[in-house]
Design a protein around this ligand. Structure first.
Ligand code: ATP
Ligand code: MG
Length: 268
């Protein structure tokens, strides 16, 4: 499996306190839909911020397509065009005084002319139903609206790797569905999507590849079927097995259904 980002023996601690991540190594497979799992405080958000260079590891190294991360200004700028992160808290991401400027911000830092920035921004605003609120102050929006603004500003940059930290928390069902429709659309174009989530059921149904963090390390990784089959390892990491798997096991089904429809067919 070709990897897009590799982490080798990465260690990270905030303000030299106890290590949040230690000796963490993982190859992130390119072009996959990846779920990053772990209990509260396991280090999911920390890992995601390491992926686009917002945080720099205290130990070890990260590589983008084989090249070591370069933390100088130019290097970070190039990296963030490739790896876009949607933060867990939209307020930590929002910097501009209007929705329009927020979405245009990243683009205007690239080498596009004004007209191209305007066209690209308008297109993304429309795609996320944000045109009507483009002149509003993003800080005055609801959490769900703020998340959509942040998502739009990440996608405006057209990164190859999209990292989204609990992207649907605070979103109502239609917008959550729309966000995943967008992820799937981008993935079909070959982009790598990494989300963190506490929703095991959705991770099981959606992800091609699953990474579980525990004790500062990659506790488990592999296909969704492999990782979720190991109930004991999940339990130790403080995670439940997806409901469909629990039901399928209880009913003694031979195949493990990945979604409700296949479950219905199996029990027919
Ligand atoms: N800015 C910070 N300063 C100091 N410690 C921090 C900071 N951010 C996170 N931590 C600590 O790092 C550890 C990992 O936190 P992190 O936010 O990465 O976990 P998480 O897996 O994303 O959790 P959650 O599921 O609650 O979002 C926690 O012990 C947390 O207290
Ligand atoms: Mg987090």
């Amino acid at each position: 499996m070709k990897s897009v980002i590799d982490l080798k023996n990465v260690g990270y601690s905030y303000q030299n306190k106890e290590e949040v991540l230690n000796g963490l190594s993982i190859s992130i497979p390119e072009g996959k839909k990846i779920a990053l799992l772990g209990a509260n405080g396991a280090g999911k958000s920390t890992l995601m911020l390491l992926l686009n260079g917002v945080l720099k590891p205290n130990e070890g190294q990260l590589f983008y397509k084989g090249e070591p991360y370069n933390y100088k200004r130019k290097g970070l700028r190039a990296l963030r065009q490739k790896v876009g992160v949607l933060f867990q808290e939209p307020d930590s991401q929002i910097i501009a005084p209007t929705v329009y400027e927020e979405v245009a911000f990243g683009l205007s830092n690239l080498d596009f002319d004004k007209e191209t920035v305007r066209k690209k921004t308008d297109a993304v605003l429309e795609c996320f139903y944000l045109t009507d609120i483009q002149y509003k102050n993003p800080h005055h929006l609801s959490v769900g609206q703020k998340k959509r603004v942040c998502f739009a500003s990440v996608l405006a940059m057209a990164p190859d790797v999209i990292v989204a930290d609990e992207p649907t928390s605070g979103l109502d069902h239609p917008y959550a569905q729309q966000m995943f429709k967008e992820f799937d659309f981008l993935n079909a174009q070959g982009k790598t999507i990494i989300i963190s989530t506490h929703d095991m059921n959705h991770a099981y149904e959606w992800a091609d590849y699953v990474i579980v963090l525990h004790k500062g390390k990659v506790w488990q990784c592999g296909s969704a079927d492999e990782v979720f089959a190991n109930e004991a390892a999940l339990k130790e990491a403080g995670l439940p097995q997806p409901l469909l798997l629990q039901l399928a096991k209880y009913l003694g089904l031979k195949e493990m259904p990945r979604d409700v429809e296949s479950f219905k067919q199996l029990i027919h």
